[in-house]
Design a protein. Structure first.
Length: 550
């Protein structure tokens, strides 16, 4: 279904019901709007007793419940794991498909395709560390990729891997990916699995070029059984190295799964009709943790009644204007949350009437979800309790930022970007103020960071703390791979960040490239060049390149 075959499906349904045959309609989730027509047709049928109708669909929130309830349901979930995935692929392929043209390089290329397809699918088990979201890599992608490789081996012409990379990245697998960083991962996989060294199209192939685990050696054969034997030798449990992920990725994955399970259990423990109608006793019991937490967080604070003004023209400093605007938005959000929770509290106490806004707020909180009215003003944690804690903590912290900024002592202090609602905007404000200090265009500035100490010749710089790193460890000098028992998140040392002129950076690199050096020191003895070399060595400690600040 899903390809304009609705009329043919109805015709086949009538014929099979009359003749007593079996009919299978696949992928009904693609024709949700057509399902009422199918229901109407089923109600008017007088089928032969031998008639059977099979329906297949993926999970869809708008699938017709009546059709679902009137059916005998069978749920199928493919067993997880790279090995099981590869076995399903080779069970769907026939021996003739593998041994076609009797080219062992073609058979090896198909094994690389099967491995690539399995890695793309099984990497979804590590969201958001693997992929940032769930991508619908399906059997149709595998079939299309198979056709591409099959056609490229026709005629005995030279095999062009760039052609495979382009089609798989831009038309097939990459057509489903809408995140730039996920696309970089996909591109890396394509370059890793589809090249002359990986599939043996070059005489230079050796173990150091193979993208597969050390236990996997591609057979020089066109027999499908040889490749199945290779798959059978794989371990049942996937290793992070199969996906290019850190050794401790399982800890992060288990933590994410545990959080989701706890959240789902909380939802199941609540009444289904709790958010549909007003029940004073139920609402009081279920929502009291949220209301009590909010009261506790603001017990000794005057933020609820504080009046602030947005930045004006007298705030000439971009950083000060940003901090005051951040404070203004934080107070506005905090007071808006307070008003909504106060209205909810009055409804529960019976001193106010129930409104549609209060109904939406209560429904979201009863489902352990952060209300959309709050998220539209600040995309914080999805858990309501964590959202309230984060809101108050950041609002209090911004008060200190304002005081330091007014005293012009902000940039000399150790800053934690997690205390801001919009840390990327702060770095943009630093960029704008640096451009004013240097009297140059913002486009001529380059963002750099240093863990060695202060950045020389930087007009403005900040020392940032509280940074955390996932996937590896960093001690300020070098990166090191995580072990299986390493913590999922490690703390990064404080670093200095600044915007510097790109012209200055290019000139320094040009001087270093032109001068003859031995052990980092000019051999011609010229003092000014030696000075530039030592300056460059200390200055360009580490450059962080980013498409946007932050």
């Amino acid at each position: 279904m899903g390809q304009g075959q609705a009329d043919l499906a109805i015709q086949a349904l009538r014929e099979c019901a009359k003749e007593g045959e079996w009919l299978c309609l696949k992928n009904l989730h693609l024709v949700i709007s057509w399902l009422p027509v199918l229901e109407k047709e089923l109600n008017t049928l007088q089928p032969n007793p031998k008639f059977r109708l099979w329906l297949t669909t993926e999970v869809h929130p708008k699938f017709t419940p009546i059709l679902l309830q009137s059916s005998l349901k069978i749920t199928y979930e493919a067993p997880p794991g790279l090995k099981k995935n590869l076995m399903r692929t080779y069970e769907s392929w026939t021996p003739d498909q593998i041994s076609k043209k009797s080219l062992q390089t073609r058979a090896q290329a198909l094994f690389s395709l099967a491995w690539f397809h399995a890695v793309c699918q099984e990497r979804r088990n590590y969201i958001p560390q693997g992929w940032t979201k769930f991508y619908e890599f399906s059997l149709s992608d595998l079939r299309a990729a198979y056709d591409i490789i099959d056609r490229l081996f026709e005629g005995g012409r030279d095999f062009q891997w760039d052609f495979v990379h382009g089609l798989l990245e831009n038309a097939i697998y990459g057509g489903r990916v809408d995140n730039y960083f996920d696309l970089r991962v996909l591109r890396s996989y394509l370059e890793q699995f589809f090249n002359s060294q990986a599939v043996g199209l070059s005489q230079m192939r050796s173990n150091k070029f193979t993208p597969f685990p050390a236990s996997v050696s591609l057979p020089n054969s066109c027999s499908i059984m040889d490749y199945r034997n290779v798959i059978e030798s794989l371990p049942e449990d996937d290793k992070p190295a199969f996906f290019g992920l850190p050794a401790n990725i399982a800890r992060s994955s288990q933590r994410m799964i545990s959080t989701q399970v706890i959240s789902q259990l909380r939802i199941l423990s609540r009444s289904v009709t709790a958010g549909c109608k007003f029940d004073r006793e139920l609402w009081s019991n279920e929502l009291s943790p949220v209301l009590n937490l909010w009261k506790k967080l603001n017990q000794n604070s005057n933020l609820i009644h504080q009046k602030v003004s947005p930045p004006t023209e007298q705030h000439k400093s971009p950083i000060l204007s940003f901090i005051i605007l951040e404070q203004f938005n934080a107070i506005q959000l905090l007071q808006s949350v307070h008003q909504s929770l106060a209205a909810l509290s009055k409804v529960i106490r019976g001193t106010s009437l129930l409104t549609s806004d209060v109904q939406k707020l209560a429904s979201a909180l009863l489902d352990q979800k952060c209300p959309q009215a709050w998220q539209s003003k600040w995309e914080g944690p999805e858990d309501p309790l964590q959202y309230l804690r984060g809101l108050v903590a950041r609002t209090v912290a911004i008060q200190n930022w304002v005081e330091k900024s007014e005293k012009q002592a902000l940039l000399s202090d150790n800053l934690d970007l997690s205390e801001l609602f919009h840390p990327d905007t702060f770095l943009n404000a630093l960029r704008q103020e640096t451009a004013r200090e240097m009297n140059c265009s913002m486009d001529n500035l380059k963002f750099v960071a240093s863990w060695k100490g202060k950045i020389r010749d930087a007009k403005l710089q900040v020392k940032i703390s509280g940074l955390q790193l996932e996937g590896c460890s960093f001690d300020g000098n070098s990166l090191s791979e995580n072990q299986h028992d390493s913590p999922s998140v490690s703390v990064v040392p404080s670093c200095y960040m600044a915007w510097i002129s790109q012209v200055l950076n290019v000139c320094i690199k040009y001087v270093l490239c032109k001068m003859p050096l031995r052990n980092g020191v000019p051999i011609n003895g010229q003092t000014h060049k030696r000075k530039h070399a030592l300056f460059l060595q200390d200055f360009l400690c580490l450059t962080i390149k980013s498409e946007k600040a932050g």
